[in-house]
Write a protein that binds this ligand. Structure first.
Ligand code: IPM
Ligand code: MG
Length: 383
């Protein structure tokens, strides 16, 4: 079997880190009878420079034909001030592929306990298991895609001034489908689901709660809870072990997943999967149970232009995103776990990129390495 994977390395550190994700994917399937055909495509800043568009039509059309899309990062200061920005390409890609469900797992890996900024008794590092949560972020709706614009409005005294607006709008169908993804994932985890909203203020959040109350009845074995987003932001730091699956809107998920990433040691550790369907319960972490779901796989860290080209980026989030591609788009749970185990083994052996160096002064067996050495070590551990 040969599967095609669209490869959008993108900007900044994107190409450096995705190269290792590609290598890990190739190596992980070498004895499975499957192979991958990587199709390089342009999007983001690189595509603006070449074509004027952050998402050329050809990129989207080709990506749709593939089994999965592997993405590095998009954006950089070079394009920040222009009318056309790389981030527009990323949003158009997510929307064009219909990948509405963004899974962002954030767990405290045992070897990274000392990179977590929380005290061990709070992170869970002192006890048997550290925190282990999955943020399920709605990705193709809400304020990112609602009506936005600028207008001139009247000011006191007859003058006018500029006003700008963005709109948070969710349909019950959009809410229901993301909740079902959350429930499906919770079913194969610790069976707890927390819906995060701002229902004390926002009408759209009140609809999230209404739909939540209806849909939760279909999942009696899963404990459903609700939190306001301000409280959730606090609880993440106060007691992260309480969370299993968090389901939330596009904007709240964007913010909370950056917050959660810091608890894992570094944003350089967090992979993500954005899926166009509901993964079936059953596999670890809600694997597909046999189905192939189109997915977009990307580290959540962004293009980090300040460290691009210096061999210091952490390739692990990209490599772990590749593992998620195996799990959700190709139904290869065994191979996905092999990549995750290789990452843990390398961390156990003490290898650290700068971002995940110990913070508590106890560097033990740690050795700081660059992108290349880290990538090579993961490949070697995949033997
Ligand atoms: C993310 C990023 C993007 C987002 C940006 C780059 C548009 O922050 O994937 O979390 O806001 O979704
Ligand atoms: Mg973000």
């Amino acid at each position: 079997m040969k599967f095609s994977i669209a490869l959008i390395s993108g900007d900044g550190i994107g190409p450096e880190v995705t190269a290792w994700a590609v290598a890990a994917l190739e190596k992980s399937v070498r004895s499975s009878g499957c192979s991958f055909d990587f199709i390089p495509l342009k999007a983001g800043g690189a595509a603006i420079d070449e074509t004027g568009s952050p998402l050329p039509l050809e990129t989207l059309e080709t990506a749709k034909q593939c089994g999965a899309v592997l993405l590095g990062a998009m954006g950089g200061p070079k394009w920040d001030k222009g009318q056309v920005r790389p981030e527009q390409g990323l949003l158009a890609l997510r929307s064009g592929l219909g990948v509405f469900a963004n899974l962002r797992p954030a767990a405290l890996l045992p070897p990274l306990r000392s990179a977590c900024p929380l005290k061990p008794e709070i992170s869970g590092a002192g006890g048997a298991a550290g925190f282990d949560m999955l943020i399920v972020r709605e990705l193709t709706g809400g304020i990112y895609f609602g009506a936005h614009g600028r207008e001139r409005i009247a000011r006191d005294g007859g003058e006018t001034e500029t006003a700008a607006f963005d709109t948070e709008r969710y349909s019950s169908g959009e809410i229901e489908r993301i909740l079902r993804v959350g429930y499906s994932c919770a079913g194969s985890r610790r069976k707890k689901l927390c819906i995060v909203d701002k229902a004390n203020v926002l009408e759209s959040s009140r609809l999230w709660r209404e739909v939540g109350e209806r849909v939760s009845k279909d999942y009696p074995d899963i404990e459903t809870s609700y939190l306001y987003v301000d409280n959730a932001a606090m609880q993440l730091i106060r007691a992260p072990v309480q969370f299993d699956v968090i389901v939330t809107s596009n904007l709240f998920g964007d913010i909370l997943s950056d917050e959660a990433s810091v608890l894992t040691g570094s944003i350089g550790m967090l992979p993500s999967a954005s899926l166009a369907g509901v993964p079936r319960s059953g596999g670890a972490d809600g694997g597909t149970g046999g189905a192939h779901i189109l997915g977009l796989y990307e580290p959540i860290h962004g293009s980090a232009p300040d460290i691009a080209g210096q061999d210091s980026a952490n390739p692990l989030a990209a490599i772990l995103s590749a593992a998620m591609a195996l799990r959700y788009s190709f139904n290869m749970e065994k191979e996905a776990r092999a990549i995750e185990a290789a990452v843990t083994a390398v961390l156990d052996a003490g290898l650290r990129t700068k971002d995940i160096a110990s913070r508590d002064g106890d560097s033990g067996n740690e050795r700081i390495v660059g992108t290349k050495e880290m990538g090579e070590a993961v490949l070697a551990a995949l033997e």
